[in-house]
Design a protein around this ligand. Structure first.
Ligand code: ADP
Ligand code: MG
Length: 240
């Protein structure tokens, strides 16, 4: 297996709290990998360590074979990592199309950018909303727009933190289809998620975090069949 992303013994402490403890994971090139676990397990913290938002207390992050532990977020983006955080952060006052342009302009201009913008609007099913301010879109559509802004950077690795938060079951399923379609085109995707229906729909490999540590790891069928995993979900609930 060629890993596009690896963490080695990653740790993040907030004062006395170990939010992430000795986490080693490997995401293989071409897979859809889901990071799951109950509320407070450390998922978003691990995500931010991978993206470079946080510096680890200890441990390493390797991306495409390079040690990026001390690289800034934008430097990781420049190496092919693209990120959608848990809370959508679209430019609410700007039209949908212009939100996409802001991302596309990093790499494209002129007709090439127009073509790519059209393709993205189509893919996101936001063609009819292209000229509306992003802030008036339904919550699910805003999530898609932000996924689109991440996609505009043509990442090798797409990182999504709870992309379906606040979505209806139909929107959630549509998001799953989008992710699978991107993956079929060669994109590696790492998704933080607690909605197990969604995880079942998309995941190939799964890492379960619990109390900051890796609790279980493996392919989706093995992880779902593990009674210990069910226990931590049922025992603790799984809200936000
Ligand atoms: P998850 O995303 O799995 O719900 P988080 O990574 O958000 O979990 O949080 C893991 C633990 O770290 C929680 O106990 C949370 O309260 C704590 N935590 C997260 N971010 C911070 C922070 N910036 N400062 C202090 N504690 C934090
Ligand atoms: Mg979280």
């Amino acid at each position: 297996m060629t890993a596009i992303l690896e963490t080695r013994q990653l740790n993040k402490r907030f004062g006395g709290l170990s939010a992430v403890a000795d986490v080693s994971i490997a995401v293989a090139t071409g897979e859809i990998h889901c990071l799951i676990g109950p509320n407070g397990a450390g998922k978003s913290t691990l995500f931010k360590l991978i993206a470079g938002t946080y510096a680890p207390s200890q441990g390493e992050v390797l991306f495409r074979g390079e040690n990026v532990t001390h690289r800034k977020p934008y430097e990781r983006v420049g190496r092919g990592m693209s990120i959608k955080l848990q809370v959508p952060s679209v430019f609410r006052d700007l039209p949908v199309a212009q939100n996409l342009e802001i991302s596309l302009q990093r790499t494209l201009s002129g007709p090439a950018m127009e073509t790519e913008k059209g393709r993205l609007l189509e893919f996101l099913q936001l063609k009819d909303d292209a000229d509306r301010p992003a802030g008036v879109l339904a919550h699910g559509q805003q999530q898609w727009l932000e996924i689109g802004m991440a996609l505009a950077l043509k990442p090798a690795l797409l990182l999504l933190d709870e992309p379906t938060a606040g979505m209806s079951p139909q929107e959630t399923e549509r998001t799953g289809d989008m992710i699978k379609s991107l993956n079929a085109q060669g994109m590696t995707v790492l998704v933080v998620e607690h909605d197990m229906t969604f995880v079942r729909q998309i995941a190939q490999q799964v890492t379960v975090l619990h109390l900051g540590r890796v609790f279980a790891q493996g392919n989706i069928d093995a992880v779902i069949a593990d009674p210990r995993v069910e226990e931590i979900y049922l025992g603790k609930g799984h809200g936000h």
